[in-house]
Design a protein around this ligand. Structure first.
Ligand code: NIG
Ligand code: FE
Length: 414
């Protein structure tokens, strides 16, 4: 099956190297190619060239981009999009002055979502999550990581992970699953946090691994949640079962989560609203990708991660949505990319690299996804004609995405 796209105003996000991530000053380089055609063969990028040099190509299907731009799909490496119901009551609590931590301490927050999830059947949970999957697909996401963590019992964590597996089998997105039993201490274990951590290591993780339900293990390593020692314990248990770490770190306090993540070769450490020079230093030369979630900082009214200091120190950063009912009820990666520029002073080029190639890296997928590279899987979208690449971030609410293609096939047209 050969697909030919013609009359592309500009192909954005070309990478002719085989690098798996982009760091430091390189993040500001976004290779583009104007007045182009692009060929997809068997679901992968096969060739591109200048329109005026387009010869005879025997394609099964031809799509006219009508001068629009072609981007690699977003790679959203941090979401919790499998959840039951919604939490707008807490939204009101926050408007009335309660903080995220106060709501959690009163037994709301994550535990509230866990109660709702417990009452919801696996089929219903799947249907609710698929609405969100369709929503993010239309907004340009092509690869997504989804976490468990609203189960908090062996049975309900497995239920969530089975829903994620079903999404993986039935949606056109490339999906990776993360076990996040250590999202909060389950209600039944209140005051017995150590026993809950034991349950995670001795029962939940082996059960998850036995069914092959997760690619990664995550811990909410933060003030009021899990300690560095508990995080290390869970990372060691995960490692024995072949699961790499992806840590929630430094959202509420300088938690030590960055250092413990780096020590255990976590694939990413995420959030990072509270970062000091030591945390930046710890990430130097590490395999771990710092992942910033400006949608959560925006929704909770927190300070933003110091993206500029990190990039200027030579680090690569990824951007993700954190789509979840408590701190970021949106999976809109265009909004994330715009916030990165508006609030963290990342250039549009840096933000697009962070939301594509570096996001793919943070899911272990950048050998196959995250850039327009010959041989990679053809996940891309076509926009309306735009005056510049920067316009995509600048006109952040204008519906610019016109057609979405995943694995070389047309998914939706707008
Ligand atoms: O990444 N910080 C921890 N977990 C989520 C929020 C989960 C929730 O409030 O439901 C986050 O922000
Ligand atoms: Fe999160």
């Amino acid at each position: 099956m050969k697909l030919l796209v013609t009359n592309i105003g500009r192909i954005v996000g070309i990478d002719s190297t085989d690098r798996l991530r982009v760091c430091g000053a390189e993040m500001n380089r976004l290779e583009t190619f104007t007045d182009a055609w692009l060929l997809v063969d068997n679901g992968r990028f096969a060739a591109f060239g200048r329109m005026e040099e387009l010869g005879e190509i025997a394609a099964d299907r031809v799509v006219d981009a009508e001068g629009g731009m072609l981007f690699p799909s977003f790679c959203d490496s941090h979401t919790h999009l499998v959840y039951a119901g919604s939490r707008e009551r807490e939204f009101l609590d926050k408007i009335n002055g309660l903080s995220y931590e106060e709501i959690a301490r009163r037994g709301g927050g994550i535990l509230n979502s866990a109660d709702l999830l417990h009452e919801t059947s696996e089929d219903n949970l799947y249907l609710q999550a698929m609405e969100r999957v369709r929503e993010i697909t239309a907004m340009g996401t092509g690869c997504v990581e989804i976490k468990s963590g609203y189960g908090l019992s062996t049975e309900d964590e497995l239920k969530m992970l089975r829903v994620i597996r079903r999404i993986r089998e039935t949606s056109p997105l490339e999906v990776r699953a993360t076990f996040l039993g250590a999202h909060a201490v389950a209600r039944a274990y209140r005051g017995r946090q150590g026993e809950y951590v034991d349950l995670i290591c001795r029962e939940m993780l082996p059960a998850v691994a036995a069914e092959g339900l997760a690619d990664f293990v995550d811990v909410f390593c933060d003030e009021g949640f899990f300690t560095v020692e508990e995080t290390a314990c869970i990372l060691r248990a995960g490692r024995k079962l072949g699961l790499r770490g992806k840590i929630h770190a430094n959202e509420l306090a300088v938690s030590g989560g960055v250092q413990v993540g780096v020590e255990y070769d976590a694939l990413s450490v995420d959030h990072l609203e509270r970062m000091g020079a030591e945390e930046i230093e710890a990430l130097h030369g590490a395999v771990t990708m710092p992942t910033l979630l400006p949608g959560a900082a925006f929704f909770l009214g927190m300070s933003y991660p110091p993206a500029r200091a990190m990039i200027e120190a030579g680090l690569g950063v990824a951007l993700a949505s954190d789509y979840n009912p408590g701190s970021s009820p949106s999976g809109n990666m265009r909004m994330v990319v715009a916030l990165a520029s508006i609030r963290m002073k990342m250039t549009p080029a840096e933000a697009i690299n962070a939301a594509t190639l570096n996001g793919a890296y943070a899911m272990g997928l950048s050998h196959d996804y995250g850039s327009i590279t010959l041989g990679k899987v053809a996940n891309f979208f076509i926009t309306n004609p735009m005056p510049s690449v920067e316009f995509f971030s600048y006109a952040y609410q204008t519906p610019l995405i016109r057609q979405v293609f995943l694995k070389g096939g047309l998914i939706s047209r707008f």
